[in-house]
Design a protein around this ligand. Structure first.
Ligand SMILES: *Cc1c(COP(=O)(O)O)cnc(C)c1O
Length: 345
């Protein structure tokens, strides 16, 4: 399949002359910076942050085993989701295809940009139907959103199926791997170099425990990364986030320990939940949450709110009828949930 990014881009984005910041025009070492109208007092917060986050990317590159020039950093993964749609989809004309059910932000970003979303339902067992996805594509489809492990179903999608979609589609295939640290062997990141239309999204919000600092990653070929860099806000990652992330990325060992604990907690929680008479099914999960089908989702949700325990009611979502999505918490939090539910029997 031929894949031409320049042809895929919106005309106005292809022609765009990006804002050139003071730090773009001179980024070397200097003793006196009088180019950005900054205040000389209050270091280091007085300086604009590095618009390309070079130092931080150089720390992320070896952790992810991806060259720094193939990394884009955003204000959460929500930023690259929005930027990809804006760069490639003409409002009122182009569309995106997304699996269903899945994460709600693809649709919100598309709606904001007046871009149609065509849903490609998963199979009843939540596996990916390559045929459904490819049959859903129209001549105006610029990208396909896959999510693996998928939110809210919890399962990782089959690598072979995702590959088949990548080689048979001439637009972008965006694979959101927000939960991949809970099943790293299922990542598509190692395939990045061979597939120019693949974009992998990851985040520091989940396994790394940094949702509060807002830092998401997009991994892709350099041409796609260049496009994102050209249209982002010049200083999209603030200095506090860059500094904190460089500090916290040293906690890779802790992250792995947290993942082990959460995976073990998840399995125990699944087993206990399965025993409740009002639970129909606990779906297998590759992530840090469980999708739990119950006889009375609203009743259980409201009861738990009264008990000051908040879960996510997904029972209104197609293919998730009757289901609650429950994050795996600490041992104590999970215990509180189980105790509260025991009172319901
Ligand atoms: C939580 C989540 C994210 C994280 O988004 P951030 O903006 O990086 O916090 C992305 N995708 C999915 C599917 C998620 O569930």
């Amino acid at each position: 399949m031929t894949f031409d990014i320049q042809k895929l881009l919106r005309d106005n984005i292809r022609k765009l002359k990006p804002y050139s910041s003071a730090r773009d025009e001179f980024s070397g070492e200097a003793a006196v910076f009088l180019d950005a109208n900054e205040n000389p007092f209050n270091a280091p917060y007085n300086r604009y942050p590095d618009p390309r986050q070079k130092e931080l990317k150089n720390k992320i590159a070896p952790v992810k085993n991806v060259p720094a020039e193939n990394i884009f950093l955003g204000n959460g993964s929500d930023e690259p989701i929005d930027l990809l749609i804006r760069a490639f989809c003409s409002p009122g004309k182009d569309n995106i295809v997304a699996i269903a059910p899945t994460y709600g932000m693809y649709r919100v970003a598309a709606d904001v940009n007046d871009v149609e979303v065509i849903e490609a339902p998963l199979n009843a067992d939540y596996t990916l139907s390559v045929k459904t996805v490819l049959n859903t594509v129209t001549p105006n489809t610029k990208m396909i959103f896959l999510c693996s492990p998928n939110n809210p179903t919890g399962n990782a999608l089959e690598k072979e199926a995702m590959l088949e979609i990548m080689v048979n589609f001439q637009g972008l295939v965006v694979v959101d791997e927000a939960y991949i640290d809970f099943c790293p062997e299922k990542s598509l990141l190692p395939l990045l170099a061979e597939h120019p239309n693949l974009v992998v999204l990851q985040t520091f919000s989940k396994a790394w425990g940094m949702a509060g600092i807002r830092l998401g990653m997009a991994f892709a070929g350099q041409e796609i990364i260049d496009v994102l860099n050209r249209i982002k806000y010049p200083y999209n990652i603030n200095i506090l986030t860059q500094l904190k992330a460089m500090e916290l990325i040293e906690l890779e060992k802790e992250k792995s320990d947290w993942v082990k604990i959460l995976v073990s907690e998840r399995e125990q929680l699944a087993k206990k939940l399965q025993e409740f008479p009002f639970v129909v099914k606990v779906f297998p999960s590759d992530a840090n949450f469980l999708l739990v089908k119950t006889h009375d989702p609203r009743g259980i949700y409201d009861y738990l709110v009264d008990e000051k325990i908040i879960v996510r009611d997904r029972s209104g979502v197609a293919l998730c009828e009757g289901s609650l999505r429950i994050s795996v918490g600490s041992e104590m939090e999970n215990q509180r949930l189980i105790e509260a539910l025991e009172a319901l029997i």
